[in-house]
Every structure is written in structure tokens, then in C-alpha cells.
Write a protein that binds this ligand. Sequence first.
Ligand code: ATP
Length: 137
Amino acid sequence: GHKTFTMLKPDAVENGHIGAILNQITSSGFKISAMKLTQMTQADAEEFYAIHKERPFFGELVEFMTRGPIVAAILEKENAVEDFRALIGATNPEDAAEGTIRKKYAASVGENAVHGSDSDENAEIEAAFHFSGRETF
Ligand code: ATP
């Protein structure tokens, strides 16, 4: 697969890290084929993260993801899903490798700066959730 989907989460936007994170992403060989500043509604976040709805952190996750704007983007590169997850690092920044985006910019497992799709199938679903055909290049 050559496509993945990312969100720079509300913490990354609040903390002024949009530029640095996008620079690391593009410097690592990803091409941006769609991008926007947007804010998820509660209904959006509940749908996007529906797979986690029985988890104890679901309410906290929805609250966090809706508290401010995010940057949503579609990224293209050979082996995009796997390479992007390597670039962002482990879900918990304490476990993330040195130099990864989460190691550098995330504060906690809950507020972890960035999302990356976990499969080619989910990349397609998540990209279509956020972008219409006219917004992708
Ligand atoms: P993402 O889907 O955001 O790329 P991930 O695939 O690394 O993250 P998941 O296990 O799918 O991690 O969890 C989705 C998101 O839910 C995490 O990125 C994090 O924001 C939140 N989350 C996961 N585990 C916890 C937890 N124990 N406490 C609070 N929030 C959590």
C-alpha cells in the first residue's frame, strides 16, 4: 500500500508543533496528498474511534480528540502504513524509540500527538472519513 492517514492531535496543535511534525514527515519521504485544519465533533470522534468504545479510556479519548483543532492529512509513500507507524513510534511515548515523533512531542499515552492508520484498509476508511474526492490530490 502507498497511502496512510494521519491526524496531528489537539495537543500537538495547541503546543505549536504543526510545523516541526510536518517537516519531519515530509523529510522522511512522505508526500502530502490532502491536508486540512479541522475539528472533530463528539459524533465524529465516537465514530472514528468506535473500535475502542468498550475501552475504559473511550470517554477521555473522545473528550481529548474534540477539544481543539487537528491537522488531518493523507500521506503517500511506498509501504506508507508501516513506515509511518515506525516514524511516529509506540502509542505510549515512554516506550517510543528515540527520535520518533511521539518520543519528541507526546506527553502521555492519552495525549500522544499523532495518529497513524494501522492497516491499508483502515487508511482508506479514515481518509474517506475526513476528505472528499475534491480535497485529495
Ligand atoms: P492511533 O490510533 O492514535 O494511531 P495507536 O494505534 O498507536 O494510536 P490504539 O491502541 O489504537 O493506539 O489507541 C488509539 C488511541 O487511544 C491512542 O493513540 C491514544 O490516544 C488512546 N489510548 C490508547 N490507550 C490508552 C490508554 N491506556 N489511556 C488513554 N488513552 C489511550
